[in-house]
Write a protein that binds this ligand. Structure first.
Ligand SMILES: Cc1cc2nc3c(=O)[nH]c(=O)nc-3n(C[C@H](O)[C@H](O)[C@H](O)COP(=O)(O)OP(=O)(O)OC[C@H]3O[C@@H](n4cnc5c(N)ncnc54)[C@H](O)[C@@H]3O)c2cc1C
Length: 508
């Protein structure tokens, strides 16, 4: 698809969020252009940790198996105080995994991005435009037009919607005039990725050395790849770390440096910002364009993928004429408060790690040890991620509305599948006798509904519904529960009304 065509969606930025968005929209048959200024995938990893939600999303685009193949489980993180003893421990949730995928996996970002792009190439309705640098934006009537500098001159791409997945310095955000709220975190770290080349003593868990004289993170990555994040100390300059010998000196207390083969090092400014408006007319922000946060809980990309999951089905419903544009407004209503909550947690962890004042570090250690004594020694990572509090949810949908629906492995007609593979659009799931589920799911293309029964092989969803006294739930296309409990006829009526008589929402 080339020339002067009008795309349904132009995705600006072909990083991991843009590539996921291109897959999600392209597989629905929308005419999508995805434009990127660089010719290739950025070869250096930033994100290393994928959540279960991200894997569930990759399942929707048929890539979860491939992406998880090269991954290793994340076993959690120990935080060591100034005296080198434990002050906090975060673990990943153990099996059975409620969303159908391991709670956390360590992955190699460029490899995952290549898989995402390879799949985009199989989608006829998606045009990829590399070496396109956006330089001007315009919105007139129902069309957004973006002009690009390309090796063969200026090109303009027109679309009904624009999604800016164009990173922390987002030109889309700038054009939208969206201000950012500074959430109050600003620290510089040098990030070092290296392979271990021989046996050498290292912790068996990812470790935060919360030492006031040298805050350092040690991250166990995929294969024999390891990451260290070294806080740039008061009085040091960023440029001091251009020199590998300075990096080696900082690493020496934590690892036998001659056991390492260095891949790369780079200084990052870890900050926390959120865009105040995620939408202007027909343009949206997603991923780092909408929010940045320090990486201490590995949530930047995972949050960007939540954005893609949340926005893509809304665009699909609107583009298909199955919902009106007010549905798009609840994207920000849902995602921005979620980001604020997740960012607070990551900031708190960052402050624990990065404390450089010895007296405050001592207070911190006492406080965290007291918390461990009171609450138990372990924080479960997944329990830190909040549900959606407000947005396109059934207003009387019960306390599970806004949480993620469990995804069981089911057998249907003798075949074992994860439940999402059998669902499409908004789906109703009902308890049926004998650990069975009755699901009604609608085909987004034809609008027709299909009902089927399946056996919840391990009783994951049936057990959870029974424990909560719930007989039915409505699950959105992004796996979020729209409503749980109640009378199916009433709930379906409310869902129908939500689409046909939408209530306009105002955004912060
Ligand atoms: C050290 C570190 C560790 C991290 N660890 C984790 C982790 O473990 N887990 C996690 O979830 N997150 C982590 N993150 C965060 C994560 O890396 C980012 O949130 C994620 O990569 C952002 O993806 P994105 O697609 O939104 O943006 P980007 O990857 O920045 O992609 C934006 C794209 O837009 C393109 N672009 C920009 N301007 C233009 C233009 N004018 N024209 C055309 N194209 C343009 C860029 O070239 C780029 O390809 C970490 C970050 C850092 C720095």
């Amino acid at each position: 698809m080339t020339g002067d065509c009008l795309y349904d969606v132009l995705i600006l930025g072909y990083g991991p969020v843009g590539a996921t968005m291109a897959n999600l929209l392209g597989q629905e048959g929308h005419r999508v252009a995805v434009a990127e200024m660089h010719p290739e995938v950025f070869e250096k990893p930033r994100a290393v940790n994928l959540d279960q939600e991200a894997l569930r999303l990759f399942q929707r685009v048929g890539l979860a198996e491939q992406i998880s193949n090269g991954c290793v489980p994340h076993f959690g993180t120990n935080f060591l105080g100034a005296d080198g003893e434990l002050i906090k421990a975060i673990y990943s949730a153990p099996p059975p995994y409620p969303l159908g995928w391991p709670a956390n996996l360590m992955f190699i970002q460029p490899e995952a991005e290549r898989l995402l792009r390879k799949r985009v190439e199989t989608l006829d309705s998606v045009d990829v435009r590399l070496e396109h640098t956006a330089n001007a934006f315009e919105q007139t009537g129902d069309v957004v037009a973006v002009s690009f500098d390309t090796p063969s001159g200026t090109r303009t791409v027109r679309a009904r919607y624009l999604v800016g997945c164009d990173g922390a310095n987002s030109p889309t955000r700038e054009w939208m005039g969206a201000t950012q709220t500074d959430l109050g975190f600003s620290e510089h770290y040098v990030v070092v990725d290296a392979w271990i080349t021989r046996d050498t003593p290292l912790p068996s868990r990812t470790t935060q050395y919360c030492y006031p004289d040298a805050p350092t993170s040690y991250v166990i990555c995929s294969g024999n790849l390891r990451r260290w994040e070294l806080k740039i100390l008061p009085g040091e300059r960023v440029d001091d770390y251009n020199d590998l010998s300075r990096i080696k000196t900082r690493l020496a207390p934590f690892v036998e440096v001659d056991a390492l083969k260095f891949w790369r090092s780079a200084v990052y400014h870890f900050d926390a910002r959120v865009a105040d408006a995620w939408r202007k007319g027909r343009a949206f922000l997603a991923g780092d364009a909408a929010h940045t946060m320090p990486p201490f809980l590995g949530q930047g990309l995972n949050s960007g993928l939540r954005d893609a999951a949340n926005l893509s089905w809304r665009l699909t419903y609107v583009l298909r004429g199955m919902a009106d544009e007010t549905l798009l407004q609840s994207y920000q209503t849902e995602r921005r408060p979620h980001i604020l909550a997740v960012t607070e947690i990551t900031k708190d962890l960052g402050k624990i790690v990065g404390e450089t004042d010895p007296a405050r570090a001592t207070d911190r250690d006492q406080r965290l040890r007291a918390e461990m004594a009171e609450n138990g020694p372990v924080t479960v990572r997944q329990a830190l991620i909040p549900p959606i509090a407000k947005g396109f949810l059934d207003k009387v949908g019960g306390e599970l509305a806004g949480t993620l629906a469990p995804q069981p492995r089911v057998s249907r007609d003798g075949e074992s599948r994860l439940l999402d593979d059998l669902m499409s659009g908004f789906s109703m799931v009902q308890l049926a006798p004998g650990d069975k589920l009755l699901a009604v799911t609608n085909d987004l293309e034809t609008g027709s509904s299909t009902a089927f029964t399946c056996h919840d092989t391990e009783g994951l969803l049936t057990g959870s519904m029974r424990d909560r006294g719930i007989k039915m739930m409505i699950v959105r296309p992004d796996g979020v529960i729209w409503s749980a409990g109640g009378d199916p006829v009433d709930v379906i009526e409310r869902l129908y009304a939500a689409f046909t008589k939408p209530v306009p929402e105002s955004c912060p």
